[in-house]
Design a protein around this ligand. Structure first.
Ligand code: ADP
Ligand code: MG
Length: 582
């Protein structure tokens, strides 16, 4: 087994390593540290998340710079503020025995003047997000003309976020002869291009699939109808009472919506995405770390900074657009030697993507069934039994025991057990007693075209600035319908179609009996022939816009109408609160 002592690190770093409790170097550390210490070279290192890349570049950089000098000698670029802070903290811990070391984090959303002041004191190492870094170079607040080492961390992610131009601009202010070390979990062409353009015959290291984390992760998928996604998510949560998970959605909007719905349904949930202020994000993360939040619904970008070790489940509520991103997602679990499960809820149209992912991760998925209502009830009951068995008696209750015993005096142990368990059971039973099977088989041909319910025509369309999502929200809000009560929304230019369950038919007709929008009469009609049932989603751009590559991917176009977002106050929700189910 390799040791840190054999890598060529100085005594003070070995001391820091032992303080940190690291016992042996990880593979990427073992391969990278001696190499970078020994020679000045460019490097491309491919390794998954959680493999210890920060130390792999951090120690060599710290050992090679001159702490006595105040000149900026090292620059680390990373995609998000969270990662930036995480790296800064790690590096500070690695260099805790180095006198005079000053490492400064540079990122957006915080005071630029404060950051400039810190730089002015002399920072040997700067850890930065590309956007803010470029700004500060432009304003001559930072001088990187003398750096010797430049790290591009999570290069694939930075390029995904559209930072290519910023990176190019930043590097043009740095010396030609510096060493560039690039780290990435995946190697899309964009990363190869960067490597070609900015590096001189880099040494390439690949840690392959030997991600210590990922080895402990099992991959499961659940095939459901797209409109049952949310119900499926709830069942997965209910079947795993101790779940501590990150739920990934594709857009900020969906992230917010799913989290709100979960909270409404009584789960300890929270959202994290780019529309929240830094303050809100910090609060959500704090609640997650302290387990007040059990289900953290996140966008890919926002989740990059999640460095929580005990996540039991990663749930892919929707698959990412960039299939490579799946690796990042599943890497959130199975860390620090624990095992984890990565679950994917897929609709039939996405089914084939599972195969593509299998190729990338070089692991097989297991297809699983969404548990039935009764299975969940059973699960919850046994969970309760175990919980009762393991509960330590709180003696604060002693003084009430006489009174309680008096009330329950006529019951035997058997009867008491039945009653206690009925309390819990009824809660789930009432919710699940009529629950249907959510599983579909890959061969099912039931696409939306024979979707159940009543199909309506409405004289609103793309011309009125609606797309299928905004129209769906508009109609649901207007009629106060639940999440799954309105579906199959197809937007044409001047009119649209949508379905509701039979039982809501009268409601729809009622609401539109005399409805006006901006002075115009809006009418609905039951669509008789259903010829247009499978119509194309001409206004459906809203769904895709956010997934284009580009920096703006997290600044999704704002939807018209009122914002449905309400601020999360996860701290108001104690873990002790009873979970309420609809
Ligand atoms: P990556 O950048 O590859 O995703 P990190 O550098 O963030 O991974 O490391 C992941 C976690 O593992 C961090 O909490 C870090 O402190 C820890 N770690 C890094 N190297 C070791 C090691 N050799 N032994 C134990 N823990 C380590
Ligand atoms: Mg990292």
């Amino acid at each position: 087994m390799p040791t840190f002592q054999s890598l060529g690190l100085e005594e003070n770093f070995l001391r820091a390593i032992s303080d940190l409790g690291f016992e042996a170097p990880s593979e990427v550390q073992e391969k990278t540290i001696p190499l970078l210490l020994e020679k000045e070279t460019d490097l491309v290192s491919l390794a998954q998340t959680g493999t210890g890349k920060t130390a792999a570049f951090g120690f060599p950089m710290l050992q090679k710079i001159t702490a006595e000098s105040r000149t900026t000698q090292g620059l680390i670029l990373s995609p998000t503020r969270e990662l930036c802070l995480q790296i800064t903290n790690e590096l500070k811990a690695y260099g805790k025995y180095v006198d005079g070391l000053n490492i400064v984090a540079i990122y957006g959303g915080a005071s630029i003047t404060d950051q400039a002041k810190k730089i002015k004191k002399g920072a040997q190492i700067i850890v930065a997000t590309p956007g803010r870094m470029k700004d500060m170079i432009g304003r001559r607040m930072i001088d990187i003309s003398k750096i010797e080492y430049c790290v591009l961390d999570e290069a694939d992610e930075m390029l995904n976020m559209g930072f290519y131009e910023d990176i190019t601009e930043i590097l043009s202010h740095s010396p030609e002869d510096k060493s560039t070390w690039l780290f990435s979990a995946t190697m899309p062409k964009e990363v190869a291009t960067i490597a070609r353009k900015f590096m001189h015959t880099p040494v390439e290291i690949s840690i392959g699939t030997k991600n210590v984390g990922a080895e402990n992760v099992s991959h499961e998928y659940y095939l459901v109808n797209a409109r049952d996604r949310y119900k499926a998510l709830k069942r997965l949560a209910d079947a795993n009472p101790e779940i501590f998970s990150v739920v990934f959605c594709r857009t900020k909007r969906d992230t917010q919506k799913v989290a709100e719905q979960l909270i409404e349904d009584g789960y300890n949930a929270g959202a994290i995405h780019g529309d929240l202020s830094q303050n809100q994000r910090d609060m959500v993360m704090k609640s997650f770390r302290t387990r007040q939040i059990q289900m953290l619904v996140a966008t890919d970008v926002a989740a990059r900074g999640i460095d929580v070790d005990d996540i039991t489940h990663v749930i892919n509520y929707q698959l990412p657009d960039e299939i490579e991103t799946y690796t990042h997602r599943s890497g959130r679990t199975g860390r620090a030697g624990k095992s984890g499960v990565s679950m994917v809820i897929v609709s039939k149209s996405e089914h084939r993507k599972i195969k593509t992912i299998e190729k990338i991760i070089q692991k097989k998925f297991v297809q699983k069934e969404i548990p039935s209502g009764m299975e969940i009830c059973e699960h919850q009951l046994f969970h309760l039994a175990t919980k009762i068995k393991d509960t330590e008696v709180n003696h604060e209750i002693d003084m009430y025991l006489d009174g309680i015993n008096e009330i329950l005096t006529d019951f035997s142990k058997e009867e008491l057990i039945k009653k206690v368990f009925s309390v819990e059971f009824s809660r789930f039973y009432n919710y699940y007693k009529n629950a249907k099977d959510l599983n579909v088989t890959a061969g099912d041909t039931s696409t939306g075209s024979d979707a159940p319910g009543v199909r309506f025509f409405i004289n609103l369309g793309a011309r009125d600035d609606f797309n299928w999502m905004t129209l769906k929200d508009f109609l649901r809000d207007l009629m106060q319908l639940g999440k799954d009560d309105l579906y199959k929304v197809d937007v044409m230019d001047s009119f649209s179609f949508f379905n509701v369950e039979e039982k809501h038919k009268e409601l729809v007709l009622d609401v539109f009996n005399s409805f006006k929008l901006n002075g115009r009469r809006i009418t609905v009609e039951i669509s008789k022939d259903g010829r247009r049932k499978g119509g194309s989603r001409s206004g459906g751009k809203g769904r895709k816009d956010g997934h284009k590559k580009g920096r703006k991917s997290d600044d999704r176009p704002k939807f018209k109408g009122k914002s449905r977002r309400k601020p999360q106050r996860p701290n108001d929700r104690g873990t002790g609160g009873k979970r309420r189910r609809r």
